[in-house]
Ligand binder design. Structure first.
Ligand code: SAM
Length: 280
């Protein structure tokens, strides 16, 4: 029997391949959307030949992009409004819905990603929750309309190229700062410290010029390039490292997580020397 494989090229010398049963392609005016049925990682969302998530390991990415800042906010105040930029698959929204937050805004430039995910991934149906407000436009234009409005912003973006490149500029981060309340916290996915050190450095330095508290943390994401992923948290007031471990533990009795816990909350900020060198 002929085997079918999907291959994502991480650079011109390295690739990651999955044996698949089936590949479906959906229509979008902005990007090619595919959903693969893979043997090892379950269903996989691919945009323009780049893996966005797999059913098998998406929990690590989504829990880690959300809970570190959400927990920091929730243990210091009651967040009213949260914004997810990108994130049309709903994974970050699913994690945010675990908290008592009044409204969750999601702005994804491509309506077709949202429609495809709701059809293909059971977890994406959380996007139909009445606390979720969905907007379809570019995050950089959307953010300029809000001042002092969101308590948490999660930049759940693809890699910094094509339509997503604007979501990594210093001007965008300044507008995010303006859209956050005085207690606001931003978390961005900041790529692989192994393959994309320059990108991580640029993100870190840009945020450092704008926010008083900026911290990089790590998580293993097996289906992403190098398997080691970074996130950068930028905060106006609250430091994720000043939380009380027992209070995190207590909050986590209210809902379940598969990766994030009160120990990971602190341990994820322990950086290997080569990552420290990237951001120094
Ligand atoms: N977890 C993912 C990753 O790291 O690869 C990101 C997943 S999520 C599917 C990314 C979403 O960002 C996509 O649905 C895409 O349509 C959206 N997106 C890309 N550029 C955007 C922009 N300029 N404004 C808002 N959303 C954007």
């Amino acid at each position: 029997m002929l085997e079918t494989w999907f291959t994502e090229y991480h650079n011109k010398n390295v690739s990651f391949s999955l044996r698949i049963r089936e590949a479906k392609t959906y229509k979008s005016e902005l990007q090619e959307i595919s959903v693969l049925d893979s043997y090892e990682f379950g269903k996989v969302l691919v945009l323009d030949n780049t893996i966005q998530l797999t059913e098998r390991d998406e929990f690590i990415y989504h829990e880690m992009i959300v809970h570190v800042s959400a927990m920091t906010a929730v243990l210091n105040l009651k967040p009213k409004r949260v914004l997810v930029i990108g994130g049309g698959d709903g994974g970050s929204v699913r994690e945010l819905l675990k908290y008592d937050i009044d409204e969750i805004y999601l702005v994804d430039i491509d309506k077709s990603v949202i429609e495809t995910c709701i059809k293909e991934f059971s977890f994406s149906r959380c996007l139909n929750d009445k606390r979720v407000k969905i907007f379809n436009e570019s995050g950089d234009k959307f953010i300029k309309k809000y001042k002092n409005f969101f308590d948490i912003i999660i930049a759940d973006t693809p890699d910094p190229k094509g339509i997503a490149e604007v979501l990594f500029s210093k001007e965008f981060y300044s507008n995010v700062y303006g859209a956050l309340t005085d207690n606001g916290i931003l978390t961005v996915q900041s790529e692989s410290p192994f393959y994309h050190a320059d990108t991580l450095r640029k993100i870190y330095r840009s945020l450092k010029e704008i926010f008083p508290i900026v911290r990089v943390y790590l998580a293993p994401i097996p289906s992403y390039p190098s398997g080691l992923w970074s996130f950068t948290l930028a905060s106006k007031k609250f430091d994720p490292l000043s939380l009380n471990k027992e209070r995190i533990k207590e909050m986590l009795r209210r809902f379940s997580t598969k990766y994030y816990n009160e120990e990971i909350h602190f341990a994820c900020f322990a950086l290997p020397n080569f990552v420290k060198e990237v951001i120094e």
